[in-house]
Design a protein around this ligand. Structure first.
Ligand SMILES: NC(=O)c1ccc[n+]([C@@H]2O[C@H](COP(=O)([O-])OP(=O)(O)OC[C@H]3O[C@@H](n4cnc5c(N)ncnc54)[C@H](O)[C@@H]3O)[C@@H](O)[C@H]2O)c1
Length: 351
């Protein structure tokens, strides 16, 4: 088991490459009551917890974004109320980012904050969603609009969960790993370049190393700058356009796939602006395409994409802003670039 410390509003440990069941049994020893929140499709993969003390209740919620809803939140609150959940009880989210996000938010809001534990079962959940203290549910008006900062007491990453992920989901999770390579850890890029997804998945030590490196960077950035601000923003490389694509596809593409398109766009934009050379721009495409991630989107979607990016900017009451790199690990910002320039870069990653 390898341990990574995160100093957010509380300090906690991410245990990488652990047995989640062993860790859970240990943590439950001092608790009177605990409940697991899990998505319906993952429910059958849980053991019955009979041997654990205290007893663990299980609450299944709809899969994916549908589970991060106000309706689910209300059910969970009512259920905690009926069960008489107190400050000393523990909530446990076992699933992808959607499950850990709502578990964290229920924990944040119940009794103004009870303890929770994140057991991510997807790559995206392990390297991103479960780290950093952001919890949320969706509103009719947009994704993640209702949320709070409320870190888990610990995160248990057990790689056995990843075995059942599709190559598509595995690769989508790796998009955040690749992003971390570009903004902070060039070793990541060296390790994944030229390797097809099957080969990465087949190399357990490599997967552990990639996950660990990515978490270490996020943990460091978050620890330095817990609430949303300038430094934390570097994690959004490729995300300005990525989020806009995500909205446009109506969630048909995975988050990581949209971020991949967003990074491809940044590669061309930065190349056009002379911020990076053509080799570094090409490296983006070689790595992302090598993993089977998309680097092209619909040309006709541009007006909507630009609109979404501007709305995103309005919600932050700032300028249209992109996280840029000048080299691997050298991060900068680009504010209010010319729209014509943006479109020229978009043309190169759309058809
Ligand atoms: N809080 C944060 O900082 C943060 C950061 C990034 C993403 N997120 C959130 O995370 C969510 C995306 O997370 P995700 O990509 O993990 O998607 P997800 O949680 O929607 O899971 C995707 C699907 O995979 C299934 N699944 C989960 N684990 C599996 C496994 N081991 N094998 C097979 N199937 C499995 C799930 O049931 C679901 O149907 C989004 O809601 C996003 O907003 C939050």
């Amino acid at each position: 088991v390898r341990e990574i410390k995160v100093r957010a509003e509380r300090e906690y440990t991410v245990k990488v490459d652990c047995s989640w069941q062993t860790q859970l049994a240990q943590i439950l020893v001092d608790r009177k009551r605990a409940a697991v929140i899990v998505s319906e499709s993952m429910r059958e993969r849980l053991p019955d917890f009979d041997n654990l003390n205290p007893e663990v209740a299980i609450f299944a919620i709809p899969d994916g974004e549908a589970g991060k809803s106000q309706a689910t939140l209300l059910q969970l609150w009512n259920w905690l109320g009926a069960a008489g959940f107190t400050k000393s009880d523990l909530l446990i989210g076992i699933g992808g980012g959607a499950v850990t996000d709502i578990t964290g938010y229920v924990a944040a809001s119940w009794l103004r904050g009870i303890d929770w534990l994140a057991i991510p079962t997807t790559v995206a959940g392990a390297v991103d969603a479960a780290i950093g203290g952001k919890t949320a549910i969706n509103s009719e008006y947009g994704k993640n609009l209702i949320g709070a900062f409320h870190s888990p007491i610990s995160v248990f990453i057990d790689f056995q969960w990843f075995e059942t992920l599709s190559d598509r989901d595995f690769a989508a999770g790796l998009a955040e790993v690749v992003k971390t390579g570009f903004i902070a850890d060039g070793e990541i890029l060296k390790k994944v370049i030229g390797l097809p997804i099957a080969q990465i998945r087949g190399d357990r030590e490599l997967v552990i190393d990639l996950v660990e490196r990515t978490i270490a960077v996020k943990a460091e950035v978050v620890s330095e700058d817990f609430k949303e601000s300038f430094h934390r923003e570097i994690l959004n490389y490729g995300h300005t356009l990525g989020h806009a694509v995500e909205l446009d596809t109506n969630f048909e593409l995975r988050h990581g796939e949209c971020v991949s398109i967003g990074m491809a766009f940044m590669a061309r934009l930065q190349e056009d602006l002379g911020l990076i050379n053509s080799d570094l721009a090409q490296l983006h495409f070689d790595i992302l395409q090598g993993l089977g991630l998309p680097t092209v989107y619909k040309r006709t979607a541009w007006p909507k994409i630009l609109g979404h990016m501007k709305l995103d900017k309005k919600s932050r009451s700032g300028a249209l802003r992109f996280v840029t790199i000048r080299g691997v690990g050298e991060v900068d910002r680009l504010e209010s670039p010319d729209e014509e320039l943006l479109f020229r870069a978009y043309e190169k990653v759309s058809k």
